[in-house]
Design a protein around this ligand. Structure first.
Ligand SMILES: CC(C)(COP(=O)(O)OP(=O)(O)OC[C@H]1O[C@@H](n2cnc3c(N)ncnc32)[C@H](O)[C@@H]1OP(=O)(O)O)[C@@H](O)C(=O)NCCC(=O)NCCS
Length: 162
């Protein structure tokens, strides 16, 4: 399958928002989507499936760039297009853009019960580095697993605990 990963434009937000509502029990609101276009540190990439003259929006990635860190907020692929490598390409495009803008480390949180997402992040080299107890409140209280990946150099702006 052929994919493209490009910055999300406001005009694309409607389809991305439909995917959001189809994929999450507690989807982001439209205002939260729109809010991501307002911050200088916020980035949104869109995943398209390319098919000759036709293209279809099938996923998206939101992340923030803070100091030399990439903070992954959300990555989603529509259910019928999963396990085709799309999210992998999208994350790699996001990490590559983050590195070009100076990011040395990437961080994210994932629900303890979200095995698919955990394995997906692990497949990209993210490692479990901690737990935020009872981080998620809806639906039900659930821990977040914190994951981290070195993007370049290991020259990040803090000292490891050990
Ligand atoms: C997590 C998610 C983005 C993965 O998207 P995807 O397009 O299916 O991922 P890829 O096809 O690029 O998968 C790459 C690798 O990740 C791992 N992986 C992905 N989904 C997996 C699953 N359901 N079970 C086990 N491993 C999985 C595999 O190693 C896979 O490689 P393989 O297919 O060759 O075995 C997708 O399942 C999704 O949108 N889930 C709902 C939203 C979500 O939970 N997002 C993350 C938290 S915000």
């Amino acid at each position: 399958m052929l994919f493209s990963c490009l910055p999300m434009q406001r005009a694309d937000m409607g389809r991305a928002f439909e995917i959001e509502r189809a994929c999450f029990a507690e989807p982001w609101s439209r205002a939260m989507f729109e809010g991501e276009f307002l911050h200088e540190y916020s980035r949104a990439l869109l995943l398209r499936m390319e098919g000759g003259s036709q293209t279809e929006i099938i996923g998206y990635l939101f992340f923030h760039l803070v100091a030399d860190e990439m903070h992954v907020l959300k990555i989603t692929v529509s259910p019928e297009h999963r396990r085709c490598g799309g999210a992998g390409q999208l994350m790699k495009a996001g990490m590559s853009a983050a590195v070009k803008q100076g990011a040395a480390m990437a961080f994210l949180e994932v629900r303890r019960s979200n095995a698919a997402a955990f394995l997906f992040y692990e497949s990209l080299g993210f490692e479990r580095v901690g737990i935020r107890p009872a981080y998620y409140k809806n639906p039900g209280t659930e821990d977040a697993i914190i994951m981290r990946k070195t993007l370049q150099g290991g020259n990040h702006g803090f000292t490891d605990w050990d």
